[in-house]
Ligand binder design. Structure first.
Ligand SMILES: Cc1cc2nc3c(=O)[nH]c(=O)nc-3n(C[C@H](O)[C@H](O)[C@H](O)COP(=O)(O)OP(=O)(O)OC[C@H]3O[C@@H](n4cnc5c(N)ncnc54)[C@H](O)[C@@H]3O)c2cc1C
Length: 482
């Protein structure tokens, strides 16, 4: 019987597949700058993987940019003191144990790499390239091999297209492709045998930690996107690793969905629309134009994706109308990013602040909201003093974030930390047990990791994968699985 089935083939699904394939992390014995952590790591019996240890004990007292303790543990072992700007060697080594392999399948809509395969490849990552890597293949070494031996600077960012290729390559180089079922969509995940899904708790004699017997069965259904052939798996466990980007947030205004060729909600199709605009013009356009040659592109939003859209339009010398609800002074999230590493976002922030004085074809409408988009390319916008203005635009880009699509789950499951609200990766992630990543408000056998569990950066995903692998290993040692 298939033991594990997981929905989502992004970095979370890939990292978990690597661990379930029998690749386990070990502390290499080097001293960590956190003396208490070094003491805890050194107290384990020799030759014992992190997977086999008490994760609660190992991760106690750790603090950082994740709320999940095992995510902090794995991050600080992989990248000690990274947030202090240090690049210290990892304290982990990975050993392969074929006998510990757990049968599993990773299902994803696109090629391995998840949302990275669908993003605009020209954009640079926010994170350093090395923070995008998964265990066992160093990102900078991989990149150097791709680029004829040229090694990038240690504090450089990577292009999204490189990261997407790295994840795809990773699955093949680490012999994980046999576990991946790509180009398939999961449409239904249901607990099958609810009468047997009561957990029997037991205490691990070595750690004193409580674990539960795997009782429930799950039915996972979906179909292949290329030929619509359906599939159905019955499995012991289901892991939700579907990320946060499947449903773009919408303004919910008239005309937003009625004009799909020029009212867009993602950067990738926006770039194509920008190219069409440029191609449609007479002759080439070079440099910063003084006279706009087409109606402005309307960009809605003040986050980094909206900033990317401004950069993409500016690169093509297209006139821009930028509408955002915040005051210009608040600008994009870029203000929290160091200017020397993110000059492009700081430039957009400056443009938002001066309303366009530094770029003749850019106009910012701070504290404005779009009211309506009509099919003749006119948009109605309302300002802070309730003044309504009408603008003719060529393309509308609505880039105001996205949320996960969990419609494949049974109705009525409220999985978020705030059960009365829909799951949102930033404000209401799925409530998981911090040391096993079991979904707290679901029948037994369901786990979540990555942004769904509140870890919005790749650096932290490995923690969830370790917590899940550790939990199943501890269960398997106590119980015979059918
Ligand atoms: C524009 C942008 C820039 C980012 N930049 C950075 C950065 O610089 N550094 C960083 O660390 N993080 C960054 N992130 C966040 C990063 O993308 C995520 O943390 C990471 O990709 C999460 O991995 P995941 O595997 O959990 O989910 P994803 O990468 O989202 O992969 C999940 C996959 O599952 C698929 N899926 C969903 N539902 C189903 C279904 N029903 N059936 C089959 N498949 C399904 C999805 O389509 C998706 O392809 C960025 C995100 C965005 C949107």
């Amino acid at each position: 019987m298939l033991l594990y089935c997981f929905s989502g083939n992004g970095p979370s699904g890939i990292a978990l597949s690597y661990l379930l394939a029998g690749n386990w992390p070990y502390y290499n014995g080097a001293v960590h700058p956190d003396e208490m952590l070094t003491t805890r790591l050194a107290s384990a019996p020799p030759g014992r993987s992190i997977i086999q240890q008490d994760l609660r004990f190992l991760s106690q007292g750790l603090e950082g940019r994740s709320n999940n303790p095992v995510s902090l543990l794995m991050d600080t072992l992989n990248h000690p003191c990274a947030d202090l700007g240090l690049e210290l060697p990892s304290l982990l080594e990975w050993h392969h144990h074929p006998e510990c392999q757990v049968d599993h399948i990773v299902i994803g809509k696109g090629p391995p790499g998840g949302s990275w395969q669908a993003m605009d490849g020209n954009v640079l990552t926010i994170s350093l390239g090395s923070w995008m890597e998964l265990p066992g293949i160093e990102f900078r070494a991989w990149e150097a091999a791709e680029n004829a031996g040229v090694i990038s600077y240690r504090d450089s960012r990577a292009s999204v297209s490189s990261v997407a290729r790295y994840y795809y390559d990773y699955v093949h180089k680490q012999s994980l492709a046999r576990f991946f079922q790509s180009g398939c969509v999961v449409t239904s995940v249901r607990p099958l045998d609810t009468s047997r899904s009561q957990n029997t708790e037991t205490i691990d004699p070595e750690t004193g930690v409580q674990y539960s017997e795997p009782q429930a069965l799950w039915q996972v259904e979906g179909f292949d996107l290329s030929d619509s052939i359906p599939f159905c798996y019955i499995c012991r466990k289901v892991v939700l690793a579907t990320g946060s980007t499947d449903v773009p947030n919408r303004l919910g205004i008239p005309g937003e969905l009625a004009n799909p060729t020029w009212v867009l909600h993602d950067l990738r199709s926006l770039e194509a629309a920008f190219d069409r605009l440029v191609d449609g013009e007479e002759g080439g356009r070079e440099g910063v134009p003084t006279e706009p040659c087409c109606d402005p592109v309307l960009i809605v939003g003040a986050g980094l994706s909206a900033a990317d859209a401004v950069i993409a339009a500016r690169f093509r010398s297209l006139p821009i109308l930028h509408v955002f609800r915040k005051t210009a002074a608040l600008g994009t999230g870029s203000t929290q990013l160091p200017e020397n590493m993110y000059p492009e976002y700081h430039k957009v922030h400056q443009m938002m602040g001066d309303g366009g004085a530094s770029y003749p074809c850019y106009r910012a409408l701070a504290e404005h909201t779009v009211l309506e988009i009509s099919s003749d390319h006119k948009v109605r916008v309302i300002g802070p003093d309730n003044t309504v203005s009408v603008h003719r635009v060529s393309v509308v880009a609505i880039l105001i974030g996205s949320r996960p699509d969990l419609n494949f789950l049974p109705p009525g499951l409220s999985l978020g930390v705030k059960p009365s609200e829909p799951v949102d990766c930033r404000s209401n992630p799925i409530a998981v047990d911090p040391y096993t990543h079991r979904v707290v408000k679901a029948p037994p056998g369901m786990y979540a990791l990555g942004p769904l569990a509140g870890d919005n950066f790749v650096r932290f995903l490995q923690g969830g994968a370790v917590a899940i692998t550790s939990h199943i290993n501890k269960e398997l040692r106590h119980y015979t699985v059918l």
